[in-house]
Design a protein around this ligand. Structure first.
Ligand SMILES: Nc1ncnc2c1ncn2[C@@H]1O[C@H](COP(=O)(O)OP(=O)(O)OP(=O)(O)O)[C@@H](O)[C@H]1O
Ligand SMILES: [Mg+2]
Length: 509
């Protein structure tokens, strides 16, 4: 059925200094389908999408693109938009200090004759109509900065619809959404599908791929390595295609002998960021022993990330509580002190807290342990290089070299740099906040193996994760949080998905 093909590429090659991101990619999207695009970190998914969106203009790559059989070459994002392609990036692109309406019709506002004056009323009415038809509960005059990430994404989708997009690209759209927001996104995808919009859906969450897509296509090392209808694909088959081998054990948790209490946290409270008097963490107490992995599970808003950040000294003015390391009371008023005491924190939001994006991969890794590799404030270059080399190798960070700028790495490889950076500080206690978010299946297993290795070396690990199978499999013990409180502790043996969800949603015995 040749006529069914909507968007097609032939032999696309895209090079960056030192890396071939796309290597003769042949890709096709059919009319009316939701195509899942999967592949390991650095496989080239985002790069291919940026070619479709015009972000990488014609001339910056080799090969051909066909839209409904016609050869096309997008010179700019505008070109691609007018051809009916819209892309929703993970980092949303709206202007925070403007209303939803102004963002949606930016540059296309209804104007009075030749005056150039915007017909405000009409702008807001049109927008409200659009939002209502799409069943998006946002008011047209709402300022973007006051909307949750999920709602902002909905506004971006509304914008795409108003531009009459026929192809909508979603690049890891759910990574910052709550469970409920994911549900409304899926509803939206279905209703757009019914309106005849074709979609490309990129995600590392295979559950989502199996739920929402009609067909999957797999990229590996810049090449298409296979694909077929989702209903005919098994999870194992998909994973094997992605990584080029079978992964026997997704959660290789090893038994490690557990030592003395390494970290004890007493009476932790954290203030709410804007509601005076309210707390986001309330009276949390726990301990974790050397070699042990304590998993913390809670739904969004349960205070899990705030708790880790508070222990790490990030909110010293707005939190209270006591920290004991190997039985010794320590005062931690800043992340700097936490690092000195041997605590590391891998944060959830790598862009905000984890990395200096404009700096080199190597510099990012050595940044947090400069004291160890310096002598009287002079950095020992050789030591630094050894350190960087060791971590890029052991974590299999895909980069053109330690001099590559972090911002140019694929999303998942950026996350590995964050982890490397903290491992380089040789922590005794490692706090991990969603360590595998945005990370591909094979790299997840690598991170789990690394956790095993650290546990064997006696590091105490606290892992916050909203991936239930992950947290159940990789923890020795589970702490469940609900509305700022640690409401239940479960041993690995007694923890099941149902039990954990029961407590996480506020259930009481
Ligand atoms: N602007 C750039 N400069 C240099 N190299 C780049 C740039 N953008 C991407 N790359 C490299 O191209 C390769 C493909 O990256 P891309 O972002 O397309 O991967 P991806 O499949 O989207 O991965 P992820 O799942 O981690 O998001 C990677 O090796 C990456 O480091
Ligand atoms: Mg990507």
């Amino acid at each position: 059925m040749e006529s069914n093909v909507l968007l097609e590429t032939r032999n696309i090659i895209k090079d960056f200094p030192g890396v071939r991101a796309l290597d003769k990619v042949s890709f096709c999207l059919n009319e009316g389908e939701v195509l899942g695009l999967v592949g390991e970190n650095g496989a080239g998914k985002s790069t291919l999408m940026k070619i479709f969106s015009g972000a990488y203009p014609a001339g910056s790559y080799q090969g051909e693109i066909y839209l409904k059989g016609n050869r096309c070459a997008f010179k700019s994002p505008k070109d691609s938009q007018s051809a009916g392609i819209a892309i929703i990036y993970q980092e949303l692109n709206l202007i925070p200090k403007m209303s939803a309406a102004e963002n949606i019709f930016l540059g296309r506002e209804p104007v009075i004759g030749k005056t150039g004056l915007i017909k405000e009323e009409e702008l807001f009415r049109q927008t409200q109509d659009l939002l209502d038809t799409l069943d998006i509960s946002v008011s047209a005059d709402e300022m973007i900065e006051n909307l949750s990430i999920g709602k902002q994404q909905m506004v971006e989708i509304a914008k795409a619809v108003s531009c009459r997009a026929k192809i909508l690209i979603l690049d890891e759209p759910t990574s910052a959404l709550t469970e409920q927001e994911i549900r409304s996104l899926f509803k939206m995808i279905k209703s757009l599908g019914a309106r005849g919009v074709s979609m490309i859906y990129i995600s590392h969450k295979l559950d989502e791929i199996f739920e929402i897509t009609n067909r999957v296509s797999v990229l590996r090392d810049g090449r298409t390595v296979g694909g077929k209808e989702t209903s005919r694909m098994s999870r194992q088959e998909l994973v094997a295609l992605m990584v080029g081998r079978n992964i026997e054990d997704m959660y290789p948790k090893e038994k490690v002998s557990i030592g003395k209490t390494a970290l004890e946290v007493k009476d932790f409270f954290v203030d709410h960021p804007f509601l005076t008097g309210e707390k986001v963490v309330r009276n949390v107490n726990f301990q974790v022993r050397s070699g042990e992995v304590l998993g913390i599970y809670g739904l969004m808003g349960s205070g899990r990330s705030e708790l880790l950040n508070a222990i790490f000294g990030s909110f010293s003015a707005d939190s209270s509580g006591e920290v004991y390391l190997e039985g010794k009371h320590v005062r931690i008023n800043s992340p700097h002190q936490a690092i000195e005491e041997g605590i590391g924190l891998v944060t959830e939001d790598r862009k905000l807290f984890g990395l200096v994006l404009g700096m080199e991969v190597g510099e990012n890794i050595s940044l947090s342990c400069l004291e160890d590799i310096s002598w009287y404030q002079v950095i020992n270059k050789q030591k630094e290089d050894e350190l960087i080399e060791r971590y890029t190798r052991s974590l299999k960070i895909k980069t053109a070299g330690s001099k590559a700028i972090v911002n140019n790495l694929s999303g998942g490889n950026q996350q590995k740099v964050v982890i490397a950076k903290w491992l380089a500080t040789n922590p005794r206690v490692l706090l991990l906040d969603e360590p595998t978010r945005g990370v591909d299946v094979a790299a997840k297993v690598e991170i789990y193996q690394l956790m095993n290795k650290l546990a064997k070396e006696g590091v105490a690990i606290v892992m916050v994760s909203s991936d239930l199978p992950e947290v159940l499999s990789m923890s020795d013990r589970l702490l469940i949080m609900h509305e700022g409180q640690a409401i239940k502790e479960l041993d690995k043996e007694e923890a099941t998905q149902e039990k954990v969800m029961f407590y996480a949603t506020g259930g009481k015995e």
